[in-house]
Design a binder for this molecule. Structure first.
Ligand code: SF4
Ligand code: MG
Length: 329
């Protein structure tokens, strides 16, 4: 089957202007040549620190940004540069869940009206059918029926995320971009929301792009995981390979930061030195080289491409050549 979503060499540079006359003064390279595909029905976890470009990537797919370069295809159709009116038919197939549902919910609308709104915009349902559907959706996401007449501020963070989810799934999208949907929630609530999302995926055949800054969050829900660093995808693998055989030093460092319950299984700790560098003047060669404990001379001058190392496992690192050379020596 052809992929549901294809992201091909996508770039997003935000121009920056400086000085009194706001002259062009470079660009923030938020996303700098990223490619991956989503298959229908899967969950793809996209992980990176803040500033890695993960939210920008999500926002490019829902057309909240125009890409600077590259192609975004949904079911084979090039959606990357559609004008808002042209994108409208796709909007009901591609929905977004935000980190802070409160900020994305109009505080003056009742929860019922908030969930009904997409139904009004994107379906032909009459008033009575919409109200019935709202009641059904509230039950599906685990909220009481009387929630419809109340306002978002009357609910806890976890309940507000349930409202955001009900809104997103109300029009039966096929793709849901979830941008750090549980990052603002207590750990105990995080698990509830992730389980709800997995149940809904099963029930409605959803495909998820699940964005997180932490590998432990995506571990449970993801089929495949991509690791972003400074606008570059540095490793891409099915979940099992990524967690048991991480190949990129950055992925290894992220995994070393994930608490492991059994101390005997604790990995060799790779400590990252320094902050994530600026995306305005990204490092030469491998963008990770200033922080990489294994950096070599070549890393400072040549950017390693993302290359397949095994079925579905790709990595962007020069160590690959070193290992291959020593295997054939
Ligand atoms: Fe480290 Fe070099 Fe690999 Fe980059 S290419 S991750 S600097 S070893
Ligand atoms: Mg973000």
């Amino acid at each position: 089957a052809s992929p549901l979503l294809e992201v091909e060499n996508v770039k997003k540079y935000f121009p920056i202007r400086g000085g009194l006359f706001r002259r062009p003064a470079g660009a923030i390279r938020a996303v700098d040549g990223v490619s991956f595909t989503l298959r229908a029905g899967e969950t793809f976890g996209l992980v990176g620190e803040s500033g890695s470009g993960k939210s920008t990537l999500g926002r490019l797919i829902v057309r909240l940004h125009d890409p600077t370069d590259g192609t975004i295809r949904f079911r084979g159709a090039d959606i990357g540069r559609l004008k808002p009116a042209q994108f409208r038919p796709y909007r009901k197939h591609i929905q977004m869940i935000f980190q802070d549902p409160y900020a994305s919910l109009n505080p003056r609308m009742t929860v019922g009206a908030l969930i009904e709104e997409p139904l009004m915009l994107h379906t032909d349902l009459g008033k009575k059918e919409r109200r019935d559907e709202v009641r059904r959706l509230l039950a599906i996401v685990g909220l009481p029926p009387d929630a419809a007449n109340r306002y978002p501020h009357e609910f806890s963070g976890g309940q507000r995320q349930r409202i955001g989810i009900a809104r997103a799934i109300s029009i039966r999208p096929s793709l849901v971009i979830a941008d750090e949907p549980v990052s603002a929630l207590d750990v105990s609530i995080q698990a509830q929301i992730i389980n709800l999302m997995m149940d809904l995926q099963e029930a409605f055949g959803l495909t998820y792009l699940f964005i997180a800054h932490d590998l432990s969050v995506v571990k449970h829900i993801s089929d495949r995981v991509g690791v972003l660093y400074l606008g570059h995808l540095v490793e891409l693998a099915d979940k099992k390979s990524l967690f048991t055989d991480p190949l990129h030093p950055y992925t290894q460092a992220l995994l070393a930061a994930v608490p492991v319950p059994d101390p005997k299984r604790r990995r060799e700790r790779i400590l990252l030195s320094g902050e994530i560098p600026s995306a305005v003047r990204p490092p030469s060669g491998c963008v990770f080289h200033p922080r990489c404990p294994k950096a070599m001379d070549v890393c400072r001058s040549v950017r390693p491409p993302l290359r397949e190392v095994g079925p579905g496992h790709a990595v962007a690192c020069h160590l690959l050549d070193v290992q291959r050379a020593s295997n054939t020596a």
